[in-house]
Design a protein around this ligand. Structure first.
Ligand code: URA
Length: 430
């Protein structure tokens, strides 16, 4: 029986969680192992996830859930590498292509970055979906390939393979389509089970807050950050979290190939200011936790981070010089008045990009590499009446109307010039 000799009843555990009873470690282990083994169907697990969404979890339940998810697969042993292991993970945002820049950047500064990533979740994009728009690139790597690439290139971005935290892979896909993403214990256990299983010794978390984040309210984001920092510490990691603002999309590109193109520019020292502010703050924290020294801005300007990106893409079968997929149809969204863009709502832009094809409606759906939104004007910049603020990209023109609907009320233009933008890094925890 999965989960060892203990055996429980799925309906009892759903009812217990629904009614607010604290689940014990062996109950959580059994539930997770039985779901991974296929003995508990999606509909029962979805009901349990919804109960967790409404009831939350105690510290001991969260620890039990994360342990059960780690125990669903193997834990990589990266202790023999010649470089210190250090990774980063984001709780998910709109236009958040930071990993694509940061992973090769840290490797170019001497780190070994073993990034196990996820796919798009809800209105937020996923690093794997973005990377798969690079022709030929492969997300599935075996343990030996990961270790070899960390030695030769210094970094890897890949799917948490079937052998690493398989419970997260299954739960993540189910949560994406059952409205159970925005939950502190479910996000914390999802992220930390992957990070513990990948064997990194240092980790910096980018916990997003604001309209485009799963934790829109700052206090909830800080709570999530603390929960993850505590889980990491109890697993023996050096871990810190930066709480960063996600009120507007990060950079100008939202959508898979569009974001890869922007990341490639950033890797050559030409990234937009907001993307670079968050990327460099995370890079400094990663250097500090891993005991490395170096100049992240310099590595972007002197070509070393870009050379590492090319080596990483090639090592995983990708062609860094191949043209990225481009959408068949583009349409502008126009400003209704002249002035300064005072708000560009991140969540609405994320939902529009999702509806244009960049995200999934059902867990088996493919994503479009070329769909997305380009933000031609960013908050604080000037725009004239009738000029384009956004550009919608899709291969399927039937999707445009629903994307436009998502954008209703998302764009505000004011006559007054806004104050200097507030810093995006709001707080550090751990
Ligand atoms: N990223 C993850 O890996 N898991 C979540 O639940 C949310 C963001």
């Amino acid at each position: 029986m999965p989960g060892g000799p203990a055996s429980f009843d799925a309906v009892d555990l759903i009812r217990a969680k629904r009614d607010g009873r604290e689940l014990a470690g062996d109950e959580l282990s059994w539930l997770v192992a039985s779901y991974v083994a296929g003995d508990i169907p999606d509909e029962q697990m979805a009901a349990w996830l919804m109960a967790v969404y409404f009831r939350g979890m105690s510290v001991s339940e969260l620890t039990g859930l994360a342990r059960a998810m780690v125990a669903s697969g193997e834990v990589l042993d990266l202790s023999g590498l010649s470089r210190p292991t250090v990774d980063k993970h984001s709780t998910g945002g709109v236009g958040d292509k930071v990993s694509l820049v940061l992973v090769p950047l840290l490797a170019s500064l001497g780190g070994a970055v073993p990034q196990m990533s996820g796919r798009g979740l809800g209105h937020t994009g996923g690093t794997l979906d973005k990377m798969e728009s690079v022709p030929g690139w492969r997300s599935e790597l075996g343990t030996e390939e990961i270790r070899a690439q960390l030695e030769s290139v210094g970094c890897v971005i890949c799917a948490a393979g079937a052998s690493l935290a398989p419970a997260d892979r299954k739960l993540y896909a189910l949560r994406d389509v059952t409205g159970t993403v925005e939950s502190v214990p479910l996000i914390a256990s999802s992220i930390m089970s992957k990070k513990i299983a990948e064997g990194t010794s240092a980790l910096v978390l980018d916990v997003k807050t604001g309209s485009g984040a799963f934790m829109a309210v700052r206090d909830r984001a800080a709570e999530l950050a603390r929960a993850m920092v505590d889980l990491g510490k109890s697993a023996g990691m050096k871990v810190a979290a930066l709480v960063t603002s996600m009120e507007a999309p990060l950079g100008r590109a939202v959508g898979n190939a569009l974001e890869v193109a922007e990341a490639v520019e950033a890797l050559q020292g030409r990234g937009p200011a907001d993307l670079m502010e968050v990327t460099l703050a995370l890079a400094r924290a990663m250097l500090e936790l891993s005991g490395l020294e170096g100049d992240p801005r310099g590595a972007l300007e002197d070509g070393s981070a870009f050379a590492t990106w090319r080596a990483m893409v090639e090592a995983q079968g990708g062609d860094p010089d191949a043209p990225l997929p481009a959408a068949r149809v583009t349409e502008p969204v126009l400003a209704e008045r002249s002035g300064y863009l005072s708000r560009l709502d991140a969540r609405s832009v994320g939902v529009a990009s999702w509806r244009l094809g960049a995200g999934r409606a059902r867990k088996e759906d493919p994503v479009s590499a070329s769909a997305g939104v380009r933000c031609l004007v960013k908050p604080g910049e000037q725009v004239g009446k009738g000029e384009p603020v956004l550009e919608l990209h899709t291969d399927d023109p039937a999707r445009l109307a629903r994307a436009r609907q998502a954008l209703q009320g998302a764009i505000e233009v004011s006559e007054e010039q806004p104050a200097v933008p507030a810093p995006l890094v709001l707080e550090r925890i751990g």
